[in-house]
Design a protein around this ligand. Sequence first.
Ligand code: NAD
Ligand code: GLY
Length: 379
Amino acid sequence: MDLAHVAPGLPTHSVERHWLTVELGARSYSIVIGNGLLGDPATWAGLPRAQTVAIVTNEVVAPLYLQPLRAALAPHYSRVLDIVLPDGEAHKDWPTLNRIFDALLEHACDRKTVLFALGGGVVGDMTGFAAACYQRGVPFVQVPTTLLAQVDSSVGGKTAINHPRGKNMIGAFYQPLRVVCDLDTLATLPPREYSAGLAEVIKYGPIYDLAFLDWIEAHIERLCARDADALAYAVRRSCEIKAAVVGQDERESGLRAILNFGHTFGHAIEAGLGYGQWLHGEAVGCGMVMAATLSQRLGRVSPTFVRRLTRLIAAAGLPTRAPRLGSDNAARYLALMRVDKKADAGAIRFVVVDEAGHAEVRAVPDAVVAEVIEACSLS
Ligand code: NAD
Ligand code: GLY
């Protein structure tokens, strides 16, 4: 599948734009990756006509990127609304979601209204869910501004809010019309958030592409330094892999579950500590160490492989030791993991990897998981 090509009909003035396609039949859409995209009106050509569009963003991203996006949309749409939400994972909830609906209704937005999700994965997931629900579905565009959102959450149509009892438990599959990854926006990302995004880049190596894992290892210093070429390749290759996986299994009836490598442990860390304590990417980074350790216990990878992945995750600035969730640490992890979306009739299922770059989802006895939790937890 030739996913990367230069877009016909869009200017390629100072920068190269890479266009990838998420192949989903009538719901196929493009991912555009490049520099200087957000403030260029040409980026927004070809989207559906509408009287009103709404940019959904948050109070951190708005001062940085709302005005350039508004200005670039103005030639295409007569009314551009702003919906500015509070920042953070702790606000990925019903009351904040309802603020989107309140604003859309207050401004009498009709079912042609296009929503633009300007921000990280939290804004993207919530805007996508709002788009799926408002008047039974309005179009939306992803404008991811974090590394994590550019390489993962903006692609593939998973939308959700959290429930106090489980991460991303209330949501819908709902694909965007387009994903626009402006690499320039990553310059303002705080270091901790940037490292969190690297976790989702690293993820694609062990589950799908060992050559990409080798490349990440060889370029981790350049990636940490936000070297433009390394970053552009990392975003592009991650999106290619995600597009390929989603194109084969949009609704996670099989293959797509491999994208959750490290996430079962990671979601338990996030929920167990309280959303927002550890960043999602930090929890996934540590979760991958735990999932690799589990894979080793199951005889699929060597201790050398686990050490290699652990070193890479640490080099990306991510935690590799799991937090303790109380005196009944393993039991608490297990209880939290039982509400994971991969769980089947109460049995927790994990993504495990082998050294050939393959991943599969399987149930594992609680006793083995508990052993891994204790081995990986801070003392
Ligand atoms: P986030 O959306 O909270 O963004 C991280 C922080 O960076 C926030 O404070 C945000 O305001 C700020 N920010 C965003 N862009 C910025 C920029 N360019 N400059 C400066 N600051 C900026 O977190 P995230 O890591 O982007 O996303 C995590 C969320 O994504 C989680 O809720 C997770 O569940 C979800 N997720 C979803 C999928 C999916 O497939 N839908 C996949 C992975 C993760
Ligand atoms: N981030 C996991 C998925 O999109 O399936």
